[in-house]
Design a protein around this ligand. Structure first.
Ligand code: PLP
Length: 377
């Protein structure tokens, strides 16, 4: 059997990691400003994470959701504190797409409606309704197509007002990333998020904050949507939640009432997943990683804005997009192959920085120096 070839691969094999550094099978060191696609939140192989997971595995790795799993309760408690949403409820699953599917499903159970507002440039996952709400027709299979999704331009209050005026009581939910990731690091404006809140309140629609990429402390607040000063009804989380262990979840406002069988999953919230997620939150708290993400992110953004050749620097905290002109399309590859620095990308020509939240200033400087060299080469 061979692999189903769906990923364009870089010819690099990573075999070891520590903090923001990784090494390939030849012993070559790389600086990781991509975090394995925004997943590595507390750094590779963090000692506390390794200890917690090892201890848990030595006791029990998995049992099903038919029994009490104390780690789930501890996780709900801790997440409520760190995210400052102590009155919210937690449902655990396994991936970002699954979190969004469950959020949309819950919204529809709640108000009995079908229409969902999503935004141009959005990415919400590759399954069923999550992919239908993703603005990329290439990855939407015929079976996923639905007339229930209304795509609107991001940050356009008139379009949002008109959609609610027209469809009003048919709108089940509005789903929005606080900062679009795949879409090229495009922040939703605070006024726009507040307008979503207002309409959802008026029409009993559900405000779903997709925090899969922009959440979990990456931008300096726990959820990037929270900069707007209003609460979403459901927050979806994945990527950074388990620092590489597949764990995801939705944080659900008190007004949603559960019933047995409403949502479910086999693997979601198993013992190992909870140990991973708890250890991430413990490190986020102990090492004050939200503050670090703010500080090091602000420093990077300030320094990047000094490069005249850069078209625009977007983002907040450690979710940064560097928009480059066409003639600098070589920069990302040069960073990887000449300077051994991993970064992400977004089309057409945006470099995405999504490092671990404990990235230090020395590593930020190492990147800035290499970036300056590639711009001028
Ligand atoms: N939502 C956003 C904003 C994402 O960036 C992603 C993945 O990149 C997803 C959802 C889907 O997450 P997953 O790949 O874990 O299904």
């Amino acid at each position: 059997m061979k692999l189903f070839d769906v990923y364009p691969l870089n010819p690099v094999e990573i075999v070891k990691g520590e903090g923001s550094l990784v090494w390939d099978n030849n012993g070559q060191e790389f600086l990781d400003l991509y975090g394995g696609h925004a997943v590595i939140s507390i750094g590779h192989s963090h000692p506390h994470y390794v200890k917690r997971l090892t201890e848990q595995l030595n006791k029990i790795g998995f049992y099903s959701n038919s029994i009490r799993i104390r780690g789930q309760e501890e996780l709900a408690e801790k997440l409520g504190t760190v995210s400052q949403k102590a009155d919210y409820q937690l449902f655990l699953c396994n991936s970002g797409a699954e979190a969004n599917e469950n959020a949309l499903k819950l919204a529809s159970f709640y108000n009995g409606r079908k229409k969902v507002i999503a935004f141009k440039g959005a990415f919400h996952g590759r399954t069923s309704l999550a992919v239908a709400a993703t603005d990329n027709p290439k990855i939407v299979a015929p079976v996923n197509e639905t007339s229930n999704i209304i795509f609107l331009p991001l940050n356009d209050p008139n379009a949002l007002n008109e959609a609610f005026a027209e469809y009003g009581n048919d709108i089940c939910a509005v789903i929005i990333e606080g900062i679009q990731g795949v879409g090229g690091i495009k922040p939703a404006s605070q006024e726009f998020l507040r307008l979503i809140r207002t309409h959802c309140d008026s029409y009993n629609s559900v405000y779903i904050a997709d925090s899969v990429q922009c959440g979990y402390g990456r931008t300096g607040t726990f959820y990037s949507h929270d900069y707007a000063g209003v609460n979403a009804d459901i927050y979806t989380m994945a990527k950074g939640m388990g620092n590489g262990f597949p764990v995801a979840g939705i944080s659900i406002a008190p007004k949603f009432k559960p019933w047995h069988g409403m949502l479910g999953t086999t693997f979601g919230g198993n013992h190992l997943a909870c140990a991973a997620a708890l250890s991430v939150l413990e490190v986020i708290q102990d090492e004050k990683l939200l503050d670090n993400a703010s500080e090091v992110g602000a420093y990077l953004i300030e320094e990047l804005n000094k490069f005249e050749k850069v078209r625009e620097v977007r983002g907040r905290g450690l979710m940064i997009g560097i928009d480059l002109p066409e003639e600098l399309s070589h920069v990302k590859k040069d960073l990887l192959f000449k300077h051994h620095i991993f970064t992400g990308e977004a089309k057409p020509n945006v470099i995405r920085l999504l490092p671990a939240l404990n990235l230090n200033k020395a590593h930020a400087d190492r990147f800035l120096e290499a970036f300056s060299k590639t711009l001028n080469s």
